[in-house]
Design a protein around this ligand. Structure first.
Ligand SMILES: C[S@@+](CC[C@H](N)C(=O)[O-])C[C@H]1O[C@@H](n2cnc3c(N)ncnc32)[C@H](O)[C@@H]1O
Length: 251
C-alpha cells in the first residue's frame, strides 16, 4: 500500500504540520457560536492562553501556531465559509485539539462573544482592503475595532497586524499606536521566512512589500477612554489602489 502524501504545499511552500493517521483526526469546527460570551475553558477543556486570528483565511498561520505552541489555544474566524472549510479540514487532519474555526466577522466576534481581557493575542493578517469605494465601510481595521481589540486583550496582550497594501499600512500606522505600544517589524518572520499566511506567500512571490507590525495593549488606557478616542478618530477612507486588485483573485 502506498503511503498517503502527508505534506501539503501551497505555491510550493509546505503547509505547517503533517496529515496524521485518520484514527487521530479531530473536530476543529465551531459550528454554533453562543449568543453570549464564549467560555474558553469549556471550548478547549482547559485553561491556556487564547490566540485569535481575525480573517484567518485558510488558517495557515494559526495552524502553524497551534502546532508549535501546543500550550496555547487558538480560534480562527473568517466571513467566507469556503476558506473556513479548508482551515477546518487541515486542522482536523493534523489531529489538533487546541484550535477551532468558525464562520463569523471579526467585529461581531469581539463585540458579542469575547469577554473583556480574556485573550492573550489577536492576529490580523492582510485584512481585505476593499478597493470598491462602495465597500470601504467593510474595512475591518477601524478605530472602534481597535478599541474592541484592546478590550478583548489581557493587559499587555499582543496585537499582530500585517498587510501588503501601502494605503492600509499608512492608516494602520496612524491609528494603532493610539491603543497599542506599536512597533513596525523590519524583515520577514523568522518562523516563516516564505510567509506566515497564504496571502503573504503570494505577495512575496510577486515581490510586493509586506508591512508587519506588533504591539501590546496600552496598560493605562481604560475601556471608556479607548471608546472616546476611537470616536474622535478618522475612519479608514484611504485609497487602496485598485491596481493591486489582481492579487485578490490569486488569494
Ligand atoms: C486578503 S484575505 C487574507 C486571508 C489570510 N489572513 C491571509 O493572510 O492569507 C482577507 C480575508 O479576510 C476575510 N474578511 C473580510 N472581512 C472580514 C471580517 N469583517 N471579519 C472576518 N474576516 C473578514 C476575507 O473573507 C478573507 O478571507
Amino acid at each position: 500500500m502506498t503511503e498517503p502524501n502527508r505534506i501539503e504545499r501551497e505555491f510550493g511552500v509546505a503547509f505547517p504540520g503533517q496529515i496524521v493517521d485518520q484514527s487521530k483526526w479531530t473536530q476543529t469546527a465551531l459550528k454554533a457560536m453562543p449568543d453570549g460570551l464564549l467560555n474558553w475553558h469549556e471550548l478547549f477543556g482547559r485553561d491556556a492562553p487564547v490566540v485569535l486570528d481575525l480573517g484567518c483565511g485558510n488558517g495557515r498561520s494559526l495552524i502553524g501556531s497551534a502546532i508549535t505552541r501546543p500550550d496555547h489555544d487558538h480560534l480562527g474566524i473568517d466571513i467566507l465559509p469556503v476558506v473556513i472549510r479548508y482551515a477546518r479540514k487541515r486542522g482536523n487532519q493534523r489531529g489538533l485539539s487546541n484550535i477551532k474555526f468558525a464562520v463569523l466577522g471579526g467585529r461581531e466576534l469581539l463585540e458579542k462573544n469575547v469577554a473583556p481581557h480574556s485573550v492573550a493575542e489577536i492576529h490580523c493578517y492582510h485584512p481585505q482592503p476593499y478597493y470598491d469605494p462602495a465597500k470601504v465601510h467593510l474595512r475591518l481595521i477601524t478605530p472602534t475595532f481597535l478599541a474592541s481589540v484592546h478590550r478583548a486583550l489581557k493587559p499587555g496582550g499582543l496585537l499582530v497586524v500585517q498587510t501588503d497594501n501601502p494605503g492600509y499600512w499608512k492608516y494602520i500606522r496612524e491609528v494603532v499606536p493610539v491603543f497599542f505600544d506599536f512597533h513596525e517589524r523590519i524583515g520577514r518572520w523568522p518562523d516563516s521566512p516564505k510567509g506566515r499566511t497564504r496571502r503573504e506567500i503570494i505577495a512575496l512571490k510577486k515581490k510586493l512589500p509586506v508591512f508587519r507590525g506588533h504591539g501590546t495593549a496600552k496598560l493605562e488606557l481604560s475601556e471608556e477612554e479607548a471608546i472616546r478616542l476611537a470616536e474622535a478618530m478618522p475612519p479608514p477612507t484611504f485609497d487602496a489602489d485598485r491596481r493591486l486588485r489582481d492579487l485578490d483573485r490569486l488569494a
